[in-house]
Write a protein that binds this ligand. Structure first.
Ligand code: SF4
Length: 340
């Protein structure tokens, strides 16, 4: 199978072109056509010789997944269903808010982690996305945005990104490549359910990104109920590893905490949460539960949310509430499930 253009960093493409008997600076021209001029038609890349264009057509694929549907919510959130070459489907979500455009990227078709509150979990894991399939989402999102700038990326769509570690890391390298997307490390967030070995590896990888951890309970038994991964990687292990991560990475860690009425919002939950996050330089992002079909959970009322927040106000961590974006099109956190 031909390699896909969107799986190469500029250096790797330059090596590939040399292998094909071409001068390496052609990689820079090609990156310029594709990433700066948004041109994918080889025939229109007029600064490349005809001979090179035909060699490229024979050796490198420029195919993107197909957007099958796009839905827009009243708050402007856009959810896209993409069809991959093997007919599998994934979703990506574009969220405009506060002058920013954030893309929520999928890293797998489905997910193996089986979090109880998540629609993707119900699909099981079908397969990892390859590098080009991850990068294509960003490329397509930029096409959709036109003149508007894509400002932030979060690996928070379908899948556990640290379970697809190598492909996700190669994608991050391309996203940060000066000749490709040029994203600053602080604009890219990897969100994990708590894959401890992946966090440890990321810490020493030399690649800088922001890290978000889907916490949801700081009580071991409750977290195990919500997130089976916690049976394998306990809260104690998670905390140790996050502290290690912070020794290598300059950014504060974000903890995501989905607020579930009557489950993780009581006095004991708050006490445990304070103890867990208190020793880590972090932000705490509270997310009122977004309903999914057939779920046992309920969303908190506004009064319950405010009461919960009040009890955390004196903590020295930045506290934010993520209001549901795109709920009515099932594009909010935990609601992605291709084909729904
Ligand atoms: S919340 Fe994330 S890690 Fe958990 S099942 Fe859903 S996609 Fe996977």
């Amino acid at each position: 199978m031909m390699p896909n253009f969107f799986s190469f960093t500029s250096q790797q493409l330059s090596d590939k072109l040399e292998e094909m008997g071409e001068r390496s600076f052609r990689a820079k021209q090609l990156f310029n056509w594709v990433y700066q001029k948004q041109q994918l038609n080889l025939q229109k890349m007029t600064s490349l010789s005809e001979d090179l264009r035909s060699k490229l057509a024979d050796n490198i694929s420029f195919k993107l997944p197909k957007i099958i549907t796009g839905q827009v919510a009243t708050d402007g959130t856009r959810k896209f269903l993409l069809q991959l070459q093997d007919a599998n489907k994934i979703e990506m979500v574009l969220i405009p808010a506060a002058g920013k455009n954030t893309l929520c990227i999928s890293s797998q078709v489905g997910c193996a982690r089986n979090c109880r509150f998540c629609a993707t979990a119900k699909m099981g894991l079908l397969r990892n996305l390859d590098v080009a399939e991850i990068i294509s989402q960003v490329y397509l999102a930029k096409q959709q945005l036109g003149e508007n700038k894509l400002t932030n990326l979060v690996f928070m769509g379908m899948g556990e990104p640290l379970d697809n570690y190598e492909n996700m890391m190669q994608a991050v390298r391309i996203l940060q490549d000066e000749l490709a997307f040029k994203f600053s490390p602080r604009r890219i967030t990897i969100s994990t359910s708590g894959v401890v070995p992946g966090i440890a590896k990321l810490a020493v990888s030399g690649v800088k990104v922001k890290l978000a951890v889907s916490l949801n309970s700081a009580i071991q038994t409750k977290r195990e109920y919500l997130m089976p991964i916690s049976r394998k990687y306990s809260l104690t292990k998670l905390k140790q590893t996050l502290k290690k991560f912070q020794r290598y990475n300059p950014y504060r860690i974000t903890f995501e905490y989905v607020l579930i009425k009557g489950f993780n919002m009581g006095k004991k939950d708050i006490k445990a949460l304070r103890a867990f996050v208190g020793e880590i330089s972090c932000k705490l992002n509270l997310i009122p539960w977004n309903p999914i079909a057939g779920s046992e959970f309920k969303s908190p009322t506004e009064v319950e949310l405010n009461d919960f927040m009040k009890q955390l106000m004196d903590l020295r961590v930045a506290l934010t509430v993520r209001r549901s974006r795109g709920t009515e099109i099932d594009a909010a956190c935990g609601q992605l499930a291709a084909g729904s």
